[in-house]
Design a protein around this ligand. Structure first.
Ligand code: HEM
Length: 214
């Protein structure tokens, strides 16, 4: 696990192919999306309230919507969206994201009364936001190709954020490589040493196919 968070974000940016062009597209979409940040935040919270599993974080003991908390949360989300529009892998943004992730994975009181927000809803929320942003861009931009490229840039950038947002949830316990371990086929049978393994791209799960060497 890498704990230099900006370095980790840069590594992931490289992995998902988030380029300087993507950054430019993102920045160019700023004015358009900043105007819609409050609407986007409102749509996210409307969505939360329409599912009992996510609505419960925003209800009073009597089961009514806690309007004060909801308004505060909408502002927090709109602020996060604005920060995202100014996306930059500096020292601060990854730490801000980590803190936001921890508020959800290990919520402090008073929100802690409801327990953690399950990680799958963090993933689902990012997906929901990606869809909202792509739809907004498609509606508002005249050039459909530019709208699609901008949506792709946003998708990649939000995945980079999700990696950090989920860090408070995930405990990775990687097993080290074992170069001397026997080579197994898909059914767990040991493959003979003289048999080579070559990837076969026609197999949809990407698993290798064995064949005898001549
Ligand atoms: C990608 C997804 C999400 C983002 C970016 C996000 C963003 C934020 C931000 C910026 C805050 C304020 C943190 C602070 O006080 O410093 C917050 C708080 C909160 N969020 Fe989220 N949120 C996400 C998903 C969710 C989901 C799925 C739920 C529950 C259904 C949720 C429930 C809450 C609650 C209850 C708080 C208040 C914690 C407190 O009062 O201490 N959030 N969120």
């Amino acid at each position: 696990m890498i704990f230099d968070w900006p370095a980790r974000m840069r590594q992931m940016a490289d992995f998902v192919g988030f380029t300087d062009d993507d950054l430019e597209l993102l920045r160019a979409s700023g004015p358009l999306l900043i105007d819609r940040a409050d609407d986007l935040a409102a749509a996210v919270y409307e969505h939360f309230l329409s599912y009992p599993a996510t609505a419960r974080y925003f209800l009073t003991r009597d089961g009514e919507v806690n309007e004060t908390r909801l308004t505060r949360r909408k502002h927090s989300l709109a602020r996060w969206l604005r920060n995202s529009i100014e996306f930059n892998i500096d020292e601060q943004f990854p730490v801000f994201l980590l803190a936001v992730g921890v508020v959800h994975s290990n919520p402090p009181a008073p929100a802690g009364r409801h327990g953690s927000v399950p990680a799958r809803f963090m993933t689902g929320t990012i997906s929901f936001i990606q869809t909202q942003i792509a739809s907004t861009l498609a509606e508002e931009m005249d050039d459909p190709t530019a709208a699609m490229r901008t949506a792709i840039a946003w998708n990649k950038m939000l995945m980079l954020q999700l990696d950090v947002l989920l860090a408070g949830y995930i405990t990775e316990t990687p097993t080290p490589p074992r170069p001397d371990a026997p080579l197994m086929d898909d059914d767990g049978r040991e493959i003979e040493p003289e048999v080579t393994v070559t990837p076969d791209s026609s197999r949809r799960n990407g698993s290798p196919q064995t064949h005898q060497e001549n």
